[in-house]
Design a protein around this ligand. Structure first.
Ligand code: CAA
Length: 257
């Protein structure tokens, strides 16, 4: 049996996926993408899932991009198939019904940055480096960067990054809104644990609905998106979660979701 490229740890519905190719700075090749898609297919089915955290093995890189060695000899047809596989996989990560956190512990370049862009949260260590350096290799981002980056940081900054290929540090990534938090590397794990605990402690259906409202609403006109919010808000009153949450408030106790 071939060696696993993604390690999965499940802690009461908080799942951590670690891309484990440290010798290639966790670069995404087809084998990693295949494994990631298979894991996401299983995770999509789990009603007990509360949050997903994705990171890279080692202290040097989250993911340093798509695998250049594998891509080097591809024909246009093969490149299209590779990008399609990655886009499909990354989309599944994006649409997983629970919050997805990218724990960026080092280089986050090219396909790595595109992976992080599909996550709801990005938490970076203070030594993390971001960028879309594809033009330096004579290509453009192919895993969604030209589309998700402008939606996250605005078209001007996205064009700056994708046309120069320049790398930015974690503080600049925070300033432009590419990441949510920057932590000293030594505190990154503790922060991730605290964050996932917080996410997992909230009403699980409410958290799923909140994610759905933001994601689905972004692609709609404002009135349709507000109608979606109203539907999801009302739906929240159909189950036990709202009753428990509001009763706990009134009774001055912690809710037990
Ligand atoms: N693909 C394949 N292998 C990679 C890689 C990648 N994206 N990034 C790093 N590696 C490999 C290196 O080849 C090297 O392997 P060997 O030890 O066998 O030589 C190993 O990882 C360690 O890397 P370096 O020796 O280069 O480490 P460094 O500290 O000197 O530099 C770095 C680190 C700046 C991240 C540098 O490795 C680098 O520039 N990597 C490429 C980054 C990049 O261009 N990413 C975009 C890829 S294209 C893409 O992602 C397209 C897309 O949108 C689909």
């Amino acid at each position: 049996m071939s060696e696993k490229l993604i390690e999965m740890v499940d802690n009461a519905g908080v799942v951590r996926l670690t891309i484990t190719r440290p010798k290639a700075l966790n670069a995404l090749n087809s084998a990693v993408l295949t494994e990631l898609e298979a894991l996401l297919t299983e995770l999509e089915k789990r009603s007990d899932l509360r949050a997903l955290l994705i990171t890279g093995a080692g202290e040097k890189a989250f993911v340093a991009g798509a695998d250049i060695t594998e891509m080097r000899t591809k024909t246009p047809e093969e490149a299209r198939a590779f990008a399609s596989q990655a886009l499909r996989t990354i989309k599944r990560l994006e649409t997983l019904p629970v919050p997805v956190v990218a724990l960026v512990n080092g280089f986050c370049l090219g396909g790595g940055c595109e992976l992080a862009l599909a996550c709801d949260w990005a938490v970076a260590s203070d030594n993390a480096i971001f960028g879309q350096p594809e033009v330096l290799l004579g290509v453009i981002p192919g895993f969604g960067g030209t589309q998700r980056l402008p939606r996250r940081v605005g078209p001007a900054m996205a064009l700056d990054l994708v046309t120069t290929g320049r790398k930015i540090d974690a503080q600049e990534a925070l300033r432009i809104g590419l990441v949510n938090r920057v932590m000293p590397q030594a505190e990154l794990e503790a922060y991730a644990e605290e964050l996932t605990k917080q996410l997992a402690g909230n009403g699980p259906l409410a958290v799923r609905s909140a994610k759905q409202a933001v994601h689905d609403g972004m692609d709609q006109d404002l009135d349709s998106a507000l109608a979606l919010e109203t539907s999801l808000f009302a739906l929240g009153f159909a189950g036990s979660e709202q009753k428990e949450g509001m009763s706990a408030f009134v009774e001055k106790r912690k809710p037990n979701f």
